[in-house]
Design a binder for this molecule. Structure first.
Ligand code: TGC
Ligand code: FAD
Length: 387
């Protein structure tokens, strides 16, 4: 019998098209050759690897599933595979691509005017314009309907006041997609770096996503022209629609983290000799390894079917919630367990497990906490809103 691939026990690769496999392989090569060698140092130094952005853009990974405007027009499964391979390196790298693609380029593509698309999307696809997405505020990110940031009409402009918290890419962004309350409902504005009254300081002392920039955004009477308002959406469904896109990608990403951790611990436990035999020869260790493989396999099948539903135009937000909840929880548990099996070695960034583990503490919180996704599923089952 042929030996199974330990990281693809159900041969999910055989369910991918030639194009999907080619994209997965080319991103995997980029990750192994270019990103892996520098990521631990960047994490240690709390530095985003900005030097990789031109290559990420040249590979067509920014706004990869959008049509036109310099974007690659790939299907959703390909976008998922991109997220998976990037997060095999680091959640911060995948976060950068998620935010740029799903939270910034997507709303301009879906809700923007033709002029806005022409103005920003080609530069965002080529990595020359970096975006960030401002929805969360400090008084409670799970409940974005309660936002205080507001925009008031002033002639043909808007005056924007308020603040946002925990914003990925904030301090390095050229534009911010900012959601604000108006007299006509919640609207999205493209706020440009350098607009008077706009500031985006970085948040320091993070123990998670250290290779990613996270910032606050402040708006003090920022004058935003009406031409920078996204005209085709009003209400919370605007930002929530973007979150559905990003959350979909996040269901795939942590599969990459989990695979990286399992690969590392398989090698470590076969090489380490304790009590006269390899650590991997102990039943207690094999049970844990087997459980990891089982959970990775389930997650792979869940995301692939989700992607097929998305490509068929049938994906529902509740289905995204199940996969985000399942797959991030799977990866976080695996990273923590791998860290433990590495013993003392597992506490330094010489090994990957602790870096993935710390990163996944953010991933389980952002884009809807685990509890929020559980409550979305609970509402679907019972018809009762328990938020
Ligand atoms: P509700 O008031 O009932 O609905 C408002 C409107 O939105 C529609 N809708 C959705 N549309 C698309 N996708 C979804 N997932 C949607 N969920 C709701 C809904 O149909 C309605 O439309 P309409 O036409 O009737 O007005 O809102 P709700 O009760 O469904 O929402 C409650 C709740 C708690 C689920 C929602 O507020 C929520 O998801 N909270 C969590 C907030 C969150 O996830 N924030 C993430 C911020 S961004 C981020 O973390 C980026 S990190 C990225 C990185 O670095 O990688
Ligand atoms: P809270 O909403 O205060 O939640 C605190 C706790 O209460 C959680 O455990 C939660 O599950 C629980 N809880 C909340 N409501 C309920 C309830 N009804 N019942 C039971 N328990 C409940 N946001 C952006 O807009 N853009 C970004 O780019 C972005 N990037 C981020 C990057 C990082 C590294 C991090 C950590 C966050 C980022 N966020 C971003 C913010 C993120 O989306 C929020 O942190 C998240 O939505 C949770 O909001 P909160 O932190 O205010 O926690």
């Amino acid at each position: 019998m042929a030996k199974l691939n330990p990281f693809d026990l159900y041969d999910v690769a055989s369910l991918l098209s030639e194009e999907e496999l080619m994209i997965k392989d080319s991103v995997a090569r980029f990750v192994d050759e270019r990103a892996m060698p520098l990521i631990a140092r960047h994490f240690d130094e709390a530095k985003f690897p900005a030097e990789l952005v031109p290559e990420i853009a040249a590979m067509g990974l920014l706004g990869s599933s959008l049509e036109g405007y310099g974007c690659a027009g790939l299907n959703s499964v390909s976008y998922g595979l991109i997220c998976q391979e990037l997060e095999r390196c680091d959640s911060g790298l995948r976060s950068f691509v998620s935010v740029q693609s799903s939270l910034c380029m997507y709303p301009i593509h879906a809700y923007g005017s033709e002029e806005q698309k022409q103005r920003w999307l080609p530069g965002m696809a080529s990595g020359e314009i970096i975006g960030c997405f401002g929805l969360t505020e400090s008084h409670g990110g799970s409940d974005p309907a309660n936002m205080k940031t507001n925009a008031k009409r002033d002639g043909s402009d808007w005056l924007l006041n308020g603040s946002k918290m925990w914003i990925t890419n904030g301090s390095i962004a050229d534009i911010a997609i900012v959601w604000a309350k108006t007299d006509e409902g919640i609207m999205g504005f493209v706020v440009e770096k350098g607009m008077p009254g706009f500031d985006a300081p970085a948040i320091k002392h993070k123990m998670s996503l250290r290779a990613s920039v996270t910032s606050e955004l402040y708006f003090d009477n920022v004058r935003v022209p009406d031409a920078n308002r996204l005209p085709k959406v009003t209400g919370l469904k605007g930002p929530l629609g973007c979150l559905t896109q990003a959350r979909y990608g996040i269901t795939w990403g942590p599969i990459g983290s989990a695979i990286a951790c399992l690969e590392e611990v398989l090698s470590y436990t076969s090489d380490r000799i304790l009590f006269g035999r390899p650590l991997a020869a102990n039943q207690a260790i094999q049970l844990r390894l087997a459980d990891m493989a089982r959970r990775i396999t389930s997650a792979q099948l869940l995301s692939l079917q989700l992607g097929r539903l998305k490509d068929a135009g049938k994906m529902q937000p509740t289905q995204v919630s199940i996969a985000k909840w399942n797959n991030v929880r799977m990866a976080l548990d695996i990273a923590r367990d791998c860290r433990d099996m590495l013993g003392g070695s597992g506490i330094t960034t010489e090994y990957q497990a602790i870096r993935h583990m710390l990163n996944l503490e953010s991933v389980i919180t952002y884009e809807g906490t685990e509890t929020i996704h559980q409550l979305v599923v609970g509402r679907e089952l019972t018809g009762v809103n328990a938020f």
